[in-house]
Ligand binder design. Structure first.
Ligand code: NOJ
Length: 542
C-alpha cells in the first residue's frame, strides 16, 4: 500500500473513475448507488487501484448527471445518504483506496439555494455570486454560445438582467471575482476533507476565471491567482491529490498548474490527444480516423514537456468520451487484443493513469435510437444539426461515434439480467453485448482484459522506471507502430504497439536484444508484430 501522507504519493498511484449512476444499483431503482460501490470495493482492490475518482454524488436535479449541484454538502438521495458516503470513504480507505471527489466549482445548478436567492433581486446578497449583465430580453450582452448549443446568456425578468452560463442554462456560472464565493467554496472543500476525502478532481477548472465582456472563458487573466489561493486555503494537507480538468491546457500552462512545488495542483487532465481524430475546423462530432503520427507527436510533447517540471494524467476514456476500444481499437475480432494494446501504450507513459469503469473489461460503444439517449449534449446536438439541415443518418453516425452516453451505459458485471447492474429498469440501456463482455467472465479467464490491467498496475508499482524514466519516441514517422522507450540510470523499458489489424514488420533495437519480456498480449514475440500486438521489454534491475 502507498503511504498517502507522503507528498507526491500519487505519482506511483493508479486511479479508477466511477460514474456512480451506472456502476452498481443495490435497491432496484435502476440507478447506481453508494452502497453499490461499497459492494464492489473488493473488485477494485483485486484490480489493484489506489484511488477512486468519484463523479459527482451531490444533491442535484441531474440536468447534467450531477455536474449541476444544488447542495454541495448533501448526497443525491437515489445515491444514498451521508452515512453511506462515510461508509464508502471508510471501507475504501481500509483497502488502501482513496476517495477523490469531483468538485464542480465553475457553476452550480439553478436550483442551488444561492441561485434561487440570486435571481430574486439585485440587492440580494447572493446576487453577486453569479455573473450578471444588463440588457433587454431580445438583446443579450454579446453573442457568446454555451458549450452545448444556444446562447450563453439567460434572461431573468425579476432582476431585468442576463446571467452567464458556459454549459446548460440550468448551470449558471459562479462569479469567482467575488471573494465571498471563493470563501464558501473553500469551506465546503474543508467539509469533505474533514470527512476523510483524500483528493479532488476539479471540473473545468481552467474556466473559472472567465471574463465574458471580452469573451474569455478558459485561461482568464486571474486563473492562476485563483488557483494559488484555492490551493493555499483549501488544499492544505501535503497528501491531498488535486487533478485539474483543463480542456484548454497546453504544455506551458500545464507546467504551471502542476509545478512540483505544489503551488497550484498535483496534475492536469488535458485533452490535446483527444482532439486529433476530428476534422480540422470541425467539432468532436466530425470524426476522422486517428492520425497515429500526430498522436505520437502529441504524446511526445507532453511526456518531454512536463518531464521534471510538472505531472501528466494518463487517460483514454472517461464519462465524456466514447469507449477507446471502439474509437482507436477494434471492437470486433481484435477487441481483446486491441484493448490490451491501448492500455499498454498508455500505462507505459509517465504520469498517473486513470481507468474509467468498464475500460478494464474492454467495454464498447452502444447504438441507440435517438429517443434512448439521456445526455443533454447529445440531445442538443441532434436538435441543432437536424435543424441546420444535416442528413439524419450523418447525425446518428456522429452520435454513435462520439456521444457521451457510449461511456455511460451500465457497468457489465455478469451475464445475468441487466448485466448484474440492477434488478430494476436501468436508467440507460445496458449494452446488449453484456452476455459476452462482463466482469464475471473476465475474472474466470486468465487471458482477460481485466487481468492484463491488473498486471500493468502491478508492473508500475514494481519498477521505478514507470514513474521516473525519461521518454523517447522511436519510429516517429510510422503510421502503424507506436514505439517508445523510458529510461533512468538503472533501468530501460521498451514499449512496442501495433495500432493496426495487420501483421507488421518490426526489428527490435539492438540495445534491447537481451531484454526481458515483461508483458505482451500475445505471448512470446515472433519476427513480426501480429494484429494489435503489444510488448513491454525491460532491461535493468527491479
Ligand atoms: C466536464 C464534465 O466532465 C462534464 O461531464 C460536464 O458536463 C461539464 N464539465 C460541465 O460540468
Amino acid at each position: 500500500m502507498l503511504d498517502k501522507t507522503k507528498r507526491g504519493w500519487w505519482k506511483s498511484a493508479v486511479f479508477y473513475q466511477i460514474y456512480p449512476k451506472s456502476f452498481q444499483d443495490t435497491n432496484g431503482d435502476g440507478v447506481g448507488d453508494l452502497p453499490g460501490i461499497v459492494q464492489r470495493l473488493d473488485y477494485l482492490a483485486e484490480l489493484g487501484v489506489d484511488g477512486i475518482w468519484l463523479s459527482p454524488v451531490y444533491a442535484s436535479p441531474q440536468v447534467d448527471n450531477g455536474y449541476d449541484i444544488s447542495d454541495y454538502r448533501a448526497i443525491w438521495p437515489p445515491f444514498g445518504t451521508m452515512e453511506d458516503m462515510e461508509t464508502l470513504i471508510r471501507e475504501a480507505k481500509r483497502r488502501g483506496i482513496s476517495i477523490i471527489m469531483d468538485l464542480v466549482l465553475n457553476h452550480t445548478s439553478d436550483q442551488h439555494r444561492w441561485f434561487r436567492e440570486a435571481r430574486k433581486s439585485r440587492d440580494d446578497p447572493y446576487h453577486d455570486y453569479y455573473v450578471w449583465r444588463d440588457g433587454t430580453p431580445d438583446a443579450p450582452p454579446n453573442d457568446m454560445r454555451a458549450a452545448w448549443g444556444g446562447p450563453a446568456w439567460e434572461w431573468v425578468p425579476e432582476v431585468g438582467q442576463f446571467y452567464f452560463h458556459q454549459f446548460a442554462p440550468q448551470q449558471p456560472d459562479l462569479n469567482w471575482e467575488n471573494p465571498a464565493v471563493r470563501r464558501e467554496l473553500y469551506d465546503m472543500i474543508r467539509f469533505w476533507v474533514d470527512k476523510g476525502v483524500e483528493g479532488f478532481r476539479l471540473d473545468v477548472i481552467d474556466q473559472i476565471a472567465k471574463e465574458p465582456d471580452t469573451k474569455i472563458t478558459a485561461n482568464g487573466p486571474r486563473l492562476h491567482e485563483f488557483l494559488e489561493e484555492l490551493s493555499r486555503e483549501a488544499f492544505r494537507e501535503e497528501g491531498l491529490v488535486t487533478v485539474g480538468e483543463a480542456w484548454g491546457a497546453d504544455v506551458e500552462r500545464a507546467r504551471r498548474y502542476s509545478a512540483p512545488d505544489g503551488r497550484e495542483l498535483s496534475m492536469v487532465f488535458q485533452f490535446q490527444h483527444m482532439y486529433l481524430d476530428q476534422k480540422a475546423g470541425g467539432e468532436k462530432w466530425d470524426a476522422i480516423p486517428l492520425p497515429l503520427v500526430e498522436l505520437k507527436r502529441c504524446v511526445e510533447r507532453w511526456q518531454t514537456g512536463l518531464f521534471g517540471s510538472g505531472w501528466n494524467s494518463l487517460f483514454l476514456d472517461n464519462h465524456d468520451l466514447p469507449r477507446i476500444v471502439s474509437r482507436w481499437g477494434d471492437e470486433g475480432q481484435y477487441r481483446v487484443a486491441s484493448a490490451k494494446m491501448l492500455a499498454t501504450m498508455l500505462h507505459g507513459l509517465q504520469g498517473t493513469p486513470y481507468i474509467y469503469q468498464g475500460e478494464e473489461l474492454g467495454m464498447t460503444n452502444i447504438r441507440l435510437p435517438i429517443g434512448g439517449y439521456a445526455d443533454v449534449e447529445t440531445r442538443n446536438l441532434y436538435r441543432d444539426r437536424i435543424a441546420a439541415g444535416y442528413p439524419e443518418a450523418e447525425v446518428m453516425a456522429s452520435i454513435y461515434a462520439r456521444s457521451r452516453d457510449n461511456a455511460r451505459t451500465p457497468m457489465q458485471w455478469s451475464a445475468e439480467k441487466n448485466a448484474g447492474f440492477s434488478q430494476g429498469e436501468p436508467w440507460l440501456p445496458v449494452n446488449p453485448n453484456y452476455t459476452e463482455i462482463n466482469a464475471r467472465a473476465e475474472l474466470a479467464d486468465p487471458e482477460s482484459v481485466f487481468y492484463y490491467y491488473q498486471k500493468l498496475i502491478a508492473l508500475r508499482k514494481r519498477y521505478p522506471v514507470f514513474r521516473d524514466g525519461a521518454f523517447s519516441l522511436l519510429e516517429a514517422e510510422s503510421e502503424k507502430l507506436f514505439v517508445y522507450t523510458r529510461e533512468t540510470e538503472d533501468e530501460r523499458l521498451l514499449v512496442v504497439c501495433n495500432f493496426t489489424g495487420e501483421t507488421v514488420d518490426w526489428e527490435r533495437p539492438q540495445a534491447f536484444a537481451g531484454a526481458e519480456l515483461l508483458l505482451s498480449n500475445y505471448g512470446a514475440p515472433l519476427e513480426k508484430l501480429r494484429p494489435y500486438e503489444a510488448q513491454m521489454l525491460y532491461l535493468g534491475r527491479p
